[in-house]
Design a protein around this ligand. Structure first.
Ligand SMILES: [Zn+2]
Length: 315
């Protein structure tokens, strides 16, 4: 259930410190987020490769928007109210068209907590059919964690207006976006978005590049979903963490190798009767040096994998 890294959780646990820190935050410049137009009318704000801090305002994942002839769709509203507001400023710097949709790719705080920045636009908030359950279970925990870190700029998860259990298409005016719901993978409720007009697959956190993947769903499920995603013919993909866009499907290779290595190593530990502690120490160590924030997440990924894989032989 834990998504924050160990270091991040320790920071969040030190709520008193961050409540104090929040009041000392410099006033947020109401400037637009810097975005990259990865394909015509499709913009990405690249997140920094850090854990959430007061300084980065949880702007740590890739978020963005697509502009059609009639309206705009946000793809992930950001990691805090402040982050969402900066994204909204970036949209307003480019178009006066209404923001009709906010697609929330999954439950994690860096993707979802910026939702209130768009409430005034009265968009349809769209998420996976399983997302409301995760919001009910974790929404308050995430909201409070970010509030302790950022005060009133922390944000909150959205209440969804529409859920997707298989696929759905929204049209921005001459620009359909195809939304696909996935089985348990990175999280328990992942969405991806295909923009056929530009051949761009917004893979969100089913794709990590450069920053170590974080496992909060199912390791075997993620590998399965990734294999399916690789079959999609797209010119490029937008990862949830990594560059603004990457070639597809070539850019999936590193993540696939990491997840396969993690699975093989954890199975080997279980086979020789090892436990979570051993798995956390040895699994996927050959991947250290290939990923940013490896030590923040790898042990947790290994522990998650043990919980999932220890029942394999019994089935
Ligand atoms: Zn995530």
């Amino acid at each position: 259930m834990r998504f924050f890294s160990r270091r991040e959780a320790a920071r969040l646990a030190a709520g008193g410190f961050f409540a104090a820190a929040a009041s000392r935050l410099p006033a947020l410049a109401s400037t637009a987020a810097e975005v990259t137009e990865v394909a015509p009318g499709l913009f990405v704000r690249v997140g920094v490769h850090e854990v959430a801090t007061a300084a980065n305002r949880n702007a740590i994942c890739n978020i963005g928007f697509a502009i059609g002839r009639e309206s705009v769709a946000v793809i992930d509203p950001g990691g805090s109210l402040a982050d969402g507001q900066a994204l909204r400023e970036a949209i307003r710097a480019r178009t006066p068209l209404p923001i009709r949709y906010v697609i929330v790719t999954h439950i994690h705080p860096d993707h979802i907590l910026g939702s209130p920045a768009f409430a005034g636009d009265r968009p349809e908030f769209i998420g996976h059919a399983a997302l409301p359950q995760f919001v009910a279970e974790r929404g308050e925990f995430y909201r409070k964690g970010m509030h302790d870190l950022l005060g009133g700029e922390g944000g909150a998860a959205a209440k969804l207006d529409r859920t997707v259990s298989t696929t759905a298409t929204i049209d921005l005016g001459g620009r359909p976006l195809e939304i696909q719901a996935h089985g348990r993978g990175h999280s328990g409720a992942d969405l991806t978005v295909m923009d056929p007009a530009t051949g761009t697959l917004w893979a969100a956190d089913l794709l990590f590049v450069t920053r170590i993947p974080s496992l909060d769903g199912s390791l075997t499920g993620w590998l399965k979903e990734l294999a399916e995603l690789k079959k999609i013919k797209a010119a490029r993909a937008v990862p949830g963490h990594g560059p603004a866009s990457v070639p597809w499907p070539d850019a999936a290779a590193d993540e696939e190798r990491y997840l396969q290595t993690l699975a093989a190593d954890v199975r080997a530990v279980l086979k020789r009767g090892g436990d979570i502690e051993e798995a956390a120490k040895v699994a996927a160590q050959s991947e250290r040096g290939r990923w940013l924030l490896f030590d923040d997440y790898n042990a947790h990924n290994a522990a998650q994998a043990v919980h999932e894989l220890e029942w394999e032989d019994a089935q």
